[in-house]
Design a protein around this ligand. Structure first.
Ligand code: SAM
Length: 290
């Protein structure tokens, strides 16, 4: 799977199983270490309802990988539908077995997985209320034209009331070559490896490794080759693609620890010079409400 992620500050760890490099499953470890689909889908649901005065029904998860967010979305309401789009067949298959097939039958039937390029999701991925692109996956587009064209294709495939939500990782730490080691549970340690960064082109290479208590490691479980975009560039490119409103939702500070976020994201034009932040960008096809 060619993209990567920093664990969310507010992420939850769900399970405490014994792992070793030989037997561990990299997709399971990724879901445990990186993703927090409950919080992500809370944000999607609350934001769409706040902007449109009614809940969203259909969410398309671009770069869906194992489709964890799509599955979380259909769990929330019996009327919810989701479309997951990813190029990688084996990763989609893992998601079908471990995420989709674990849902009740009535929820399974409301998820469609498409093995397609996100720039051409086809009729089944068109007319949706929300498109999601999470864990910075859209940074695989490394030229202004390529990323603008992706944003244009998102715009064209949204319903008129539709919104596009992506996340963004920024701050001075992103421009350094460093490893961040995070203990996920007593059985699992996650390593986010910012392996290479070229300040001339913005090219960056990041990797994910996992370490286990028996001393074994799963090196290079995921490798990502991205352009490190800045937030002003992405805001401008979303506007150039035709979104009428592009708003950053910035995370508040944990009252007990000013180094940590509180998991609450609110719209603002005033950020802070945090060395490592994650925020959401919410882009409305047609600006309505606030
Ligand atoms: C890091 S995974 C994202 C997983 C999940 N969405 C998340 O939030 O953690 C990135 C995924 O993007 C997929 N991908 C890369 N380029 C793509 C493209 N042009 N169209 C569709 N999927 C693509 C890869 O196959 C990979 O599964």
């Amino acid at each position: 799977m060619p993209t990567a992620t920093k664990p969310r500050k507010s992420g939850k760890n769900k399970k405490s199983t014994k792992y070793t490099a030989k037997t561990a499953d990299k997709h399971e470890l990724y879901q445990l270490s990186v993703q927090n689909v409950e919080a992500e889908i809370d944000f999607v649901d609350e934001t769409y309802t706040a902007l449109r005065g009614r809940p969203a029904q259909t969410v398309r998860e671009d770069f869906c990988g194992t489709a964890a967010s799509a599955c979380e979305w259909v769990k929330r309401r019996d009327t919810n539908k989701a479309v997951g789009v990813d190029l990688d067949g084996p990763t989609l298959e893992w998601g079908r077995t471990h995420n989709l097939n674990q849902l009740p039958e009535n929820a399974q039937s409301r998820v469609t997985l498409l093995q397609k390029d996100v720039r051409d999701p086809g009729p089944e991925g068109t007319g949706v209320d929300v498109v999601l692109a999470m864990n910075f996956s859209y940074w695989i587009f490394i030229t202004r034209d390529a990323i603008r064209n992706y944003f244009k294709s998102v715009l064209d495939t949204l319903d008129d009331d539709g919104i596009f939500i992506c996340d963004f990782y920024g701050g001075s730490d992103t421009m350094t070559e460093q490893e961040e080691v995070r203990k996920i549970s007593k059985h699992l340690t996650y390593v986010w490896d910012q392996r290479k960064y070229n300040p001339i082109t913005g090219d960056m290479e990041c990797r994910i490794h996992f370490k286990f208590p028996d001393g074994t490691q799963m090196r290079d479980a995921f490798i990502y080759e991205w352009r490190l975009w800045t937030l002003p560039e992405i805001r401008e490119l979303l506007g150039e693609a035709g979104f009428e409103d592009v708003t950053v939702y910035w995370e508040g500070t944990d009252p007990d620890d000013e180094e940590e976020g509180n998991g609450e994201f609110t719209p603002t034009l005033q950020g802070e010079a945090d060395p490592a932040f994650i925020c959401y960008i919410v882009s409305q096809k047609k600006k309505r409400g606030s």
